[in-house]
Write a protein of this length. Structure first.
Lengths: 113, 114
């Protein structure tokens, strides 16, 4: 299995600010994804991070709120912009290393006050 | 469209007892199926997967799951629960491999009682 790291592991932020989460993979992946896991709930796909081009967002998620970058095959960032308490969640980075299996980072636990 | 239903958001078993976590799926094509485990304050770890071939799949930590097409099920089992198995378990499905998205179930929290 691959190693996926994220930072920060957790943060407490003020309403109206932005936070950028970094995801680093230890080997090249075919696809990278960002998920949100709200308290007590399952995972919701935010977007697919595309190398060198705009991310592909799922319904209900927009680039202005969650800008994503993926400058190369092993690194991606997710920014949570203009945060509100409703954005308090765990944000998970995921990479697909072959055609069938996704691996996950440890997550970033975000609390917005 | 694909979907996953996990029966029981919370399951409690005694230490040493059988663990059975239920998962039913819906898919318009032959599915790929996964079980992930999430320990408190951690990310998701892949337990096992079914793509093609043998329908009984063995994973890490003594877990296994059987793909039953006729029942559209992929239940997770372990013969004897250990305290360290206490975690949340997610079943997931994708419509094949490649660039297909993975859809997760709502999760089942497993409590192991000493």
């Amino acid at each position: 299995s691959a190693v996926i790291s994220q930072k920060p592991s957790r943060d407490i932020c003020q309403r109206g600010t932005s936070l950028t989460i970094q995801c680093q993979v230890d080997s090249q992946v075919t696809m990278m994804f960002w998920y949100r896991q709200q308290p007590g709930q399952s995972l919701t796909l935010i977007a697919t991070a595309n190398q060198g081009s705009e991310a592909t967002y799922e319904s209900g998620f927009v680039i202005d709120k969650f800008p994503i970058s993926r400058p190369n095959l092993t690194f991606s960032t997710l920014t949570v912009s203009n945060m509100s308490p409703e954005d308090s969640s765990i944000y998970l980075c995921s990479g697909k290393f072959n055609t069938d299996t996704q691996y996950f980072g440890p997550g970033t636990r975000l609390t917005v006050l | 469209a694909q979907s996953v239903t996990q029966l029981g958001s919370h399951v409690s078993v005694s230490e040493g007892a059988l663990v059975l976590l239920r998962c039913n799926y819906s898919s318009s094509v032959p599915p790929y199926l996964f079980w992930y485990v999430q320990y408190p304050n951690q990310g998701l770890q892949l337990l096992l997967k079914y793509t093609t071939g043998a329908t009984l799949v063995k994973g890490i930590n003594g877990f296994e799951a059987e793909f039953k097409k006729s029942e559209t099920s992929f239940h997770l089992t372990k013969p004897s629960a250990h305290m360290s198995d206490a975690a949340e378990y997610f079943c997931a499905v994708s419509e094949g491999g490649g660039y297909q998205k993975v859809t997760f179930g709502t999760g089942t929290k497993l409590q192991v009682i000493p």
